[in-house]
Design a protein around this ligand. Structure first.
Ligand SMILES: Cc1ncc(COP(=O)(O)O)c(C=O)c1O
Length: 420
């Protein structure tokens, strides 16, 4: 309330209620600034703020204190060992964050190199909207910097990688890719959603920007959608500009939940990784299983890179918590396995407290036919598990019983310890 409203009618008094005073003491919980705009003492203050002459907040599409608090918190975790200042920008979803990176640093006539087996949403963006706006692309194995170097062109502005990709568990060679990008004067942007800063911090390995779908492990409870981009100041100024101009801001309620998720991120992710280690080793021994894709298994093609780049932790290696099982018997067996497990939720998304299961060929990769799936290293029977916080013994017992059931229905074709 700017003025005493005692002389006004009841409607005026109702909408001009006294403004809350901002306490001097720092709150323990993060306040949710659920407001679309901020008010000023007068015209000069309003004008100064809008023209960046004074710092502060004016409109939540531009900046909001709760959303900023989330972005700064994630930046502090990604940038813990980076000597330059690291900043974050919060987005309405992981896709909004990914889109902002491409809009900021590519344009008509430029070229990007992206992962051949990466997240389908990013691939669709590159081959769809971005292609329509004249951005060219080549897809390559991000574990093979020689192949990526071959894919580079004079117009290449960006290498887009994923620290860890599902469902295959592919691990990017971040230092190798950083060198290729540097030599070409291009940028290395890395989607680190499935690794989280608990497993790997790409800025320490030469990445220019790190992107997260905070919807997954960062939020961690399946109740908030959001995204973020983190990097050093200079590229982040452009990211902020795109965020503001495209209206891709994260809402304050979501920011509250996502920042709260960060407080338990190491506890959750370490435990999920430990359980995934136990789960993957157990299922790899089951006679109804043809192969297990999990970079923690010694036979996996990404195992050596994961050991080099991922935090080990006192309990042993952390390799993320996505385990993909291919049972014997192809597509039919994969679908049967999804229906036979009891603890895992049949659901989209990964990274929550509860284990989730999905048949890859009919869900996340439904646009690929069997030949395309095989070319991407995915069996039509592959089943993705996002390991949650349940007790490892319970998950192993549940999946073992499910595999026993489908193994009886579908006779074993072959048995192997693990596979890529
Ligand atoms: C690796 C990865 N990156 C980005 C996204 C997109 O995130 P969002 O769904 O929050 O837009 C997802 C999931 O959908 C993902 O799995």
């Amino acid at each position: 309330m700017r003025r005493d409203n005692r002389g006004h009618g009841e409607n005026t008094r109702s909408v001009h209620l006294p403004s809350p005073s901002v306490p001097q003491q720092a709150p323990v919980g993060l306040p949710v600034w659920r407001t679309s705009a901020f008010s000023f003492a007068g015209a000069a203050e309003h004008a100064d703020l809008l023209s960046d002459r004074t710092p502060g907040y004016c409109y939540s599409r531009i900046d909001n204190p709760t959303s900023d608090a989330f972005a700064a918190a994630l930046a502090s975790l990604e940038g813990v060992r980076v000597s330059d200042p690291v900043e974050g920008q919060a987005f309405a979803s992981g896709m909004a964050a990914i889109t902002a990176v491409f809009l900021a640093f590519t344009g008509a006539g430029t070229h990007v190199v992206a992962p051949s087996t990466g997240f389908g949403g990013t691939r669709d963006l590159i081959t769809g909207v971005l292609a329509r706006f004249g951005v060219e692309s080549t897809f390559a194995d991000m574990g093979d910097p020689v192949a990526v170097r071959r894919a580079m062109r004079p117009a290449t502005r960006m290498i887009w990688a994923e620290t860890l990709s599902e469902p295959t568990g592919a691990v990017a060679d971040l230092p190798g890719l950083a060198e290729v990008a540097r030599d070409a004067g291009a940028m290395l942007a890395v989607d680190s959603t499935l690794a989280t800063p608990v497993v790997c911090r790409p800025l320490e390995h030469g990445a220019d920007l790190v992107v997260h779908s905070a919807t997954k492990y960062v939020g961690g409870h399946g109740d908030a959608t959001g995204g973020a981009v983190v990097g050093r100041m200079r590229p982040m100024a452009e990211i902020r500009r795109v965020r503001v101009e495209t209206g891709a801001a994260l809402a304050p309620d979501e920011a509250f939940l996502l920042r709260r998720g960060l407080e338990t991120l190491p506890l959750r992710v370490r435990r999920q990784c430990d359980t995934a280690n136990i789960f993957a080793a157990a299922v790899a021994r089951h006679p109804a299983v043809r192969s297990v894709d999990y970079p923690g298994l010694p036979g996996h093609p990404g195992n050596a890179r994961a050991r080099a780049l991922f935090d080990a932790g006192p309990e042993g290696g952390r390799y993320g918590a996505i385990v993909t099982i291919t049972p014997n018997g192809g597509r039919e067996a994969g679908l049967a396995l999804v229906d036979a497990v009891r603890l895992a939720l049949v659901a989209t998304s990964v990274g929550g407290t509860r284990t989730k299961v999905a048949h890859v060929a009919t869900t996340t990769h439904q646009r690929l036919d069997d030949a395309d799936l095989r070319a991407a290293g995915i069996d039509p029977g592959a089943v993705r598990f996002s390991i949650g916080l349940e007790d490892a013994d319970d998950l192993v017992r549940d999946v073992t019983e499910a595999l026993d059931t489908i193994g009886r229905a579908i006779p074993a074709v072959s048995v192997s310890a693990c596979g890529g």
